[in-house]
Design a binder for this molecule. Structure first.
Ligand code: OOG
Ligand code: MG
Length: 256
């Protein structure tokens, strides 16, 4: 039997020290998906015990591009805490990460709780605002390689997230151009439609998946919809910007 708390300590410590570790599945911890989510909960529980606060969730593998890049095709989720938030226009220090990558995303702010299986319309009716966002993912596994339980146990590679200016959800955000650029040069170009055909489906997916863990999405939480394109690796000194058609930009610089 695997001691899930001990495994949670392994992934939490790796994240805390920005230390690459062997995949759990290759080091005697061959978890099933339920066990992996339990490890994720225990690992985030350690962060909460250190004073961090839950502020939302992130969805993963909600676009073909992301599934193809990582060779996995099942939607996953992870937990976001206040300590993971990086200010729009801020500076990221790569020393705090193993091998960070960025993804162009949209973020939702919830004005009411959302729980269980919901329709797209129900998901939409819980949205206070939508914003251009960037997720900084950072797998704690060597070479950014993992199977599904590995990545889920590692909080679905959540590391940091940056949210731009909030907009009314009344604007049609189902098919907006999204451009991720490094130093003004586009490195990924996509559309919000790449996220499950409509990004609000990622929110409905979040509601459904967290319910399986006995949780609900709370009022005031942020839900990250998942990368619309493949992720791009960061390097020191670059300026990262994500521009969403009609919604402006969000960005940060990487310390040189
Ligand atoms: C897993 C996280 C995927 C997304 O937006 O699809 C994710 C990974 O690729 O490391 O955050
Ligand atoms: Mg993501």
């Amino acid at each position: 039997m695997t001691d899930l708390a001990a495994v949670a300590e392994i992934v939490d410590t790796a994240a805390r020290n920005a230390n690459a570790i062997e995949q759990l599945s290759l080091s005697g911890h061959d978890l099933n998906l339920d066990e992996a989510y339990a490890v994720q909960a225990l690992s985030i529980g350690r962060r909460l015990a250190r004073g961090e606060r839950m502020v939302g969730v992130k969805m993963g593998f909600t676009s073909r591009a992301k599934m193809v890049q990582m060779g996995l095709n099942e939607m996953i989720w992870g937990r976001l805490t206040d300590a993971m938030r990086l200010e729009d226009g801020g500076v990221l220090d790569m020393a705090a990460y193993v091998h960070p990558r960025v993804e162009p995303e949209l973020a939702f702010l919830l004005k009411k709780p959302l729980a269980g299986r919901v329709t797209l319309a129900e998901a939409m009716s819980s949205v206070e605002a939508v914003a251009p966002a960037i997720e900084v993912i950072d797998s704690r596994y060597r070479n950014f390689k993992f199977n599904l339980p590995d990545v889920v146990a590692d909080n679905s590679s959540s590391s940091s997230f940056v949210v731009g200016e909030w907009h009314s959800p009344d604007v049609d955000f189902s098919n907006l151009g999204m451009i991720l650029s490094f130093d003004g040069r586009p490195v990924q170009i996509g559309s919000s439609a790449a996220i499950l055909g409509h990004p609000a489906r990622a929110l409905a997916g979040a509601s459904h998946l967290v319910a399986e863990a006995g949780l609900e999405l709370k009022r005031g939480w942020i839900v990250m919809a998942g990368g619309a394109t493949a992720a791009e690796a960061l390097s020191p000194g670059i300026a990262v910007k994500h521009t969403v058609q009609g919604m402006g930009s969000v960005g940060f610089t990487v310390k040189g």
